[in-house]
Design a protein around this ligand. Structure first.
Ligand SMILES: *[C@@H]1O[C@H](CO)[C@@H](O)[C@H](O)[C@H]1NC(C)=O
Ligand SMILES: *[C@@H]1O[C@H](CO)[C@@H](O)[C@H](O)[C@H]1NC(C)=O
Length: 240
C-alpha cells in the first residue's frame, strides 16, 4: 500500500516538476534592475545584520543562499523568543520538526551580524498537512519549511529570530525550491501568523511590518537563481 502510494507520488512529481523546470529555465527570467539597498540603521526589536558584516541571505553554499525573509522581533511574547516557546509557536502556525529526526538537505549557515559570524541554523521546521502523517508527509511531497537562527551573539544579543522560509518540491527533486517559492513560503507563514493561532492552551497573534530596502529583489546571490521580491516581514507576536 505504502509502496503504491510512493510510486504514485513519484510519477506525479516527475510529471509536475519537469515541464515546469523546463519552462522556468527558458521562459521567465526576471528582470534585474539596479536597486539601492538602504544603509543599515538601528531597528526596533532586532539589529540589522549588515551593521557588522552580516547579510539577509543565508549561506547554503559559500556563494549562494536563501533570503532571510522573516524576522520575529524581540518585542514579541518573551516566551516565543525561547527555544521551547518558539517550538510551541511554530506548531501553532502549522510547522513541526523534521520527520523522525531525519535531516534532509544540508545545514545552512547565516551571519546575523551578532558577532557569531556564520553560524549553523538552530531550527529546521516543516509544514505538516495532516496530523497523522505530520512532517513525514511534507518531507515526501514537499511544502513549506523554514530555517531559523537566533540573533544572540555577544555583539547583538537581541534574541530576535531570523527565518528563511520557502516552498519546495518533494524529496525526489532533492528539495528544490518551486518557482517563486521564497515569496510563497514567506507569505504563507505570515498569513498564518497574522490570522492568529493556538497550541495547547496558548494563543498568539502577530502584527506585521513589511520592509523593503533591506534585501535586493531578484535572484542575485540566491540559491537556484529563483527570484524573490526583496520584501521582509517583521513580525511582533503577541500572546492573547
Ligand atoms: C531588543 O532589540 C534591541 C535592538 O533593537 C536591543 O537594544 C534590546 O536590548 C533588545 N531587547 C532585549 C530584551 O534583548
Ligand atoms: C543562541 O540561541 C540558540 C537557539 O536557541 C542556542 O542554541 C544557543 O545556545 C544560543 N547561544 C548562546 C550563546 O546562548
Amino acid at each position: 500500500m505504502l509502496n503504491a502510494l510512493l510510486s504514485l507520488f513519484f510519477l506525479f512529481s516527475i510529471a509536475r516538476a519537469f515541464p515546469l523546470s523546463f519552462l522556468w529555465g527558458f521562459g521567465q527570467e526576471p528582470a534585474v534592475h539596479s536597486y539601492a539597498v538602504a544603509a543599515p540603521k538601528d531597528e526596533l526589536g532586532w539589529v540589522d545584520p549588515r551593521v557588522l558584516g552580516g547579510q539577509f541571505i543565508d549561506f547554503t553554499t559559500p556563494r549562494f543562499g536563501e533570503p532571510l525573509n522573516i524576522i520575529i522581533s524581540n518585542l514579541s511574547d518573551p516566551y516565543i523568543l525561547t527555544e521551547e516557546g518558539f517550538r510551541r509557536y511554530y506548531k501553532s502556525i502549522g510547522f513541526s520538526e523534521e520527520c523522525l529526526g531525519l535531516h534532509y538537505g544540508h545545514v545552512h549557515k547565516a551571519d546575523l551580524g551578532d558577532g557569531d559570524g556564520r553560524k549553523s541554523e538552530h531550527i529546521l521546521a516543516r509544514q505538516h498537512y495532516f496530523p497523522r502523517w505530520g512532517t513525514c508527509w511534507e518531507s515526501l511531497i514537499g511544502g513549506n519549511h523554514f530555517r531559523a537562527w537566533k540573533q544572540n551573539g555577544t555583539l547583538a544579543d537581541t534574541g530576535a529570530w531570523f527565518l528563511a522560509a520557502s516552498k519546495e518540491y518533494d524529496s525526489i527533486k532533492n528539495h528544490m525550491i518551486v518557482p517563486n517559492g521564497y515569496n510563497i513560503g514567506r507569505d504563507m507563514l505570515v498569513a498564518n501568523a497574522y490570522a492568529g493561532s493556538s497550541w495547547k492552551g496558548m494563543s498568539w497573534v502577530a502584527e506585521i511590518e513589511w520592509r523593503e530596502g533591506l534585501l535586493e529583489p531578484g535572484y542575485k546571490g540566491i540559491n537556484h537563481a529563483i527570484a524573490q521580491d526583496g520584501r521582509i516581514a517583521v513580525l511582533t507576536v503577541y500572546r492573547v
